[in-house]
Design a protein around this ligand. Structure first.
Ligand code: ZN
Length: 416
């Protein structure tokens, strides 16, 4: 059973409650990407490095958390069937992984957040339509993808999609959209096997492409989209992730197409995006995101000071951060590399938790603003966030003016 209730709105931004079986998630929400299976065994939480430390935070390992509670960072997480084979495993191990749902493994049995299981379309497409291990190659079609997703014990599943690329020719885009739509129809036929929520992927950067993407799905389905699906997931944006203008247009146009077709009550998830684009995408109606950027930045030694800026970890000022990681002497000592026998994973794992805390904190603040229902406050928040961001600032002010009622007296370049 899945439901989505909108509890407050400020302009096009909205705060909601996503309820799936007995789990509730406040939106807008960021699902951090977790690789539950990193090629290792259960005793090592399946794998090593920073991935393992992040899972130790998620699984309340006292040696890593210092006995503190970090579950609010992981209320909902994203994983993918494609990550099962990230570390070149053998087929026997794949079968072993798929033999137990994530929460059936002892180490994750206390995890009570939502698990969004992606179909891994992007990676599978890159690998020519399959998953590869050391001694196997599996062709993945819609049925096999869903079988594997369900083996993980997820709360949200999504159809196998064929993401488009900015360089694809028109014909290629169309072909991929047709394949995605055909998969969506097959996925919908099996929806009674899913105990949680079923999301539909759509692709496109602007209105006409998104219209086409929805048209193709509607033509394939035997019932209206809101009867077959519990949410919409917008894909193909990762290659454009640094172009905020493209992202805002894509999400905003997707939202308008959904409104015109009467799907506006469904939650809208944006695949693979976080960071500075998030507040703007929330302002035009996005409800959730997923991203591994908190982790990748940490692996590169980067400590987040805001949604916009990072500094090298040895230049970080922990006193300036109000997150629990930075306010814990144990983690400060780790991040400063002041303890004996520290592994890189311990240092960078704490940095990853901090980076994630910064992103979750911003969304929490944004949820509070939306709850107050005051569009001016939302605009003020965006203005404040963008004020030191050259290049980005002009675009933010333009968005506020055009999409959120004229907040400023004058439009124009005087703000740039
Ligand atoms: Zn911090």
């Amino acid at each position: 059973m899945a439901s989505f209730e909108i509890v407050a709105e400020a302009g096009e931004a909205r705060r909601g409650q996503l309820q799936i079986n007995d789990r509730t998630l406040e939106t807008p929400h960021l699902f951090p990407v977790i690789n539950f299976y990193g090629g290792g065994n259960e005793g090592a939480l399946f794998g090593g490095g920073v991935h393992r430390t992040v899972k130790e935070f998620l699984a309340h390992d006292n040696e890593v958390t210092g006995g503190k509670e970090y579950s609010d960072l992981f209320r909902g997480v994203m994983t993918s069937i494609a990550s099962l084979t990230d570390y070149g495993i053998r087929e026997k191990k794949l079968e072993w992984y798929l033999g137990n749902e994530i929460r059936e493994w002892e180490c994750f049995s206390d995890y009570d957040g939502m698990i969004f299981a992606d179909s891994g379309g992007y990676k599978i497409l890159e690998q020519g339509g399959g998953l590869e291990g050391e001694d196997f190659e599996k062709e993945i079609d819609q049925d096999k993808a869903l079988d594997m997703q369900l083996d993980l014990g997820p709360d949200i599943v999504v159809n196998l999609d064929h993401p488009i690329h900015p360089d694809d020719e028109f014909e290629e885009r169309l072909e991929k959209m047709e394949q995605t739509a055909a998969n969506a129809a097959r996925f919908a036929e099996r929806r009674e096997e899913v105990e949680g929520a079923c999301y539909l992927t759509v692709h496109g950067y602007y209105d006409a492409m998104l219209e086409r993407s929805f048209d193709l799905v509607e033509a394939e389905l035997s019932e209206p989209i809101p009867e077959a699906f519990d949410g919409i997931a917008l894909g193909s944006l990762v290659p454009r992730k640094d172009n905020v203008e493209v992202l805002v247009e894509a999400v905003s146009d997707c939202k308008h197409v959904m409104q015109q077709r009467g799907y506006d009550d469904l939650p809208l998830h944006v695949f693979g995006i976080s960071g500075k684009a998030m507040p703007l995408l929330v302002a035009v109606g996005a409800d959730s995101f997923d991203s591994a950027s908190y982790l990748h930045q940490a692996i590169n030694g980067k400590y987040s000071v805001s949604l916009f800026d990072y500094v090298p970890i040895d230049e970080a000022d922990f006193d300036a951060c109000d997150c629990r990681v930075c306010n814990d002497d144990f983690h400060r000592a780790r991040m400063r590399n002041e303890m004996d026998d520290l592994y890189q994973k311990d240092i960078l794992g704490s940095v990853a938790a901090h980076n994630l805390a910064i992103q979750q904190r911003e969304l929490r603040q944004f949820r509070q603003l939306i709850a107050e229902g005051d569009q001016d406050q939302v605009a003020g928040y965006l203005e404040e966030a963008a004020k030191d961001q050259k290049g980005f600032r002009k675009f933010v002010y333009q968005l506020i003016n055009e999409r959120m009622n004229p907040y400023f007296e004058e439009t124009d370049t005087t703000y740039a």
